[in-house]
Design a protein around this ligand. Structure first.
Ligand code: NDP
Length: 355
């Protein structure tokens, strides 16, 4: 019979690797599907200077190499392929990849989100050399420089405002003549003397050989072309959570982000979610890593409660005295993680599984 893992982690960004470190150190058998593109969004980042512990900063790909090595050290098995299908209808769950089917008691979804890009060859060529999709990550490198932000939503306004801390001037380029952003964010941007707007305009080309030195713009109403000299281009045209695989199975919001039911749980007991796939707000390596830790601890406690519920059911069936079920408590011993109702539900599920 095929091996049943305690937990399979889908995705290899900071949340996935952190979950793997915690789960494997808790003696769980862990398999991670790293995906064909391992490492997540940080693989496209140059210097990471805001992740605690790297006082000199570290290159994004180097950081992910360290995350991976640390996860391997504690025995996480890894496969460099994508999961192509999931069956969460019965436990153990079954995950399908090109190399076969894999069975597991629990799953952590940490598939992340992908920044949307314009799709210009010049944009791809200059990524990490002036082109970025994260002002919080890269804004610091544009001290006293002129930069542009593309987009008209809340992210674009937030990024533009944030960038004025460093940049000399920020030009927001939007494809329409009105913003999608909330009123308060618009007002903040309009009032900021370091921000100006270019309306009805798209970026036709990012200029520069080794680094960005300008943009070729095209007015969508008049067709007129112009050049904007900038040293940085920030894309803020939305993110897409990588949840297509779970459509119709795992609850998401209308933008596709997984909505945690409680802590890191999803609507399917035994399936947990962590990192950017649940988070359109913070999107930082450190917040994703923290989430991965939380998910692994939730998995560990859930598996423990499952096992305990099964033992209790067996005890009852054998006519033994019923042992009280241990309630897991938070580190500060404040609040029971498992309510009596939840335990009853687990027992019922366990009985159904054994039937
Ligand atoms: P949005 O989808 O809200 O906005 C994306 C913007 O990018 C739109 O203005 C859109 O133009 C533009 N755009 C999309 N594709 C292209 C393209 N190919 N070329 C040029 N422009 C393009 O995404 P956000 O990331 O801004 O926000 C996502 C969610 O997160 C929202 O619900 C937002 O409210 C929320 N959020 C909240 C924040 C807060 O409360 N502090 C901060 C950041 C985000 P168009 O308008 O023409 O469609």
């Amino acid at each position: 019979m095929a091996k049943v893992y305690d937990v399979i982690i889908i995705g290899s960004g900071p949340s996935g690797y952190t979950a793997a470190i915690y789960a494997a150190r808790a003696n769980l058998s862990v398999l991670m599907f790293q995906g064909y593109e391992t490492g997540g969004q940080l693989m496209q980042t140059t210097d990471v200077e805001n992740y605690p512990g790297f006082e000199e900063g570290i290159l994004g790909p180097d950081m992910m190499e360290k995350f991976e090595a640390q996860a391997r050290r504690f025995g996480t098995e890894m496969l460099t392929e994508d999961v192509t299908a999931v069956d969460f209808n019965q436990r153990p769950f079954t995950l399908t990849a090109n190399s076969g089917e894999y069975r597991t008691r629990a799953v952590i979804i940490s598939t992340g989100a992908s920044a949307q890009w314009l799709g210009l060859p010049s944009e791809t060529r200059l990524k990490g050399r002036g082109v970025s999709a994260c002002a919080t990550c890269d804004g610091f490198f544009f001290k006293k420089k002129d930069v542009a932000v593309v987009g008209g939503g809340d992210t674009a306004m937030e990024e533009a405002n944030f960038l004025t801390r460093y940049a000399n001037h920020v030009t927001v380029i939007h494809r329409r003549d009105s913003l999608r952003a909330s009123k308060i964010m618009q007002d903040r941007a309009f009032k900021n003397p370091k921000i100006s707007f270019v309306w009805d305009t798209e970026v036709a080309e990012v200029l520069g050989d080794e680094e960005v030195n300008g943009l070729r713009l095209s007015n969508l109403k008049t067709g007129e072309e112009s050049t904007l000299p900038v040293q940085g281009l920030f894309l803020a045209i939305g993110h897409k959570p990588n949840t297509d695989l779970f459509k119709g199975v795992i609850d998401t919001d209308k933008a596709g982000y997984i909505v945690p039911s409680e802590f890191t749980t999803t609507n399917i007991p035994g399936v947990f979610a962590a990192g950017d796939v649940t988070d359109h707000r913070y999107r930082q390596a450190v917040t994703a890593a923290g989430d991965g830790c939380r998910a692994a601890i939730d998995v560990e406690r859930w598996l423990e409660a499952q096992a305990e519920a099964e033992r209790s059911t067996e005890g009852n069936e054998a006519g033994q005295e019923r042992r009280p079920l241990r309630m897991n408590r938070t580190r500060n011993n404040e609040k029971p993680i498992l309510t009596a109702g939840k335990m009853a539900e687990l027992r019922r599920e366990s009985r159904e599984l054994r039937a």
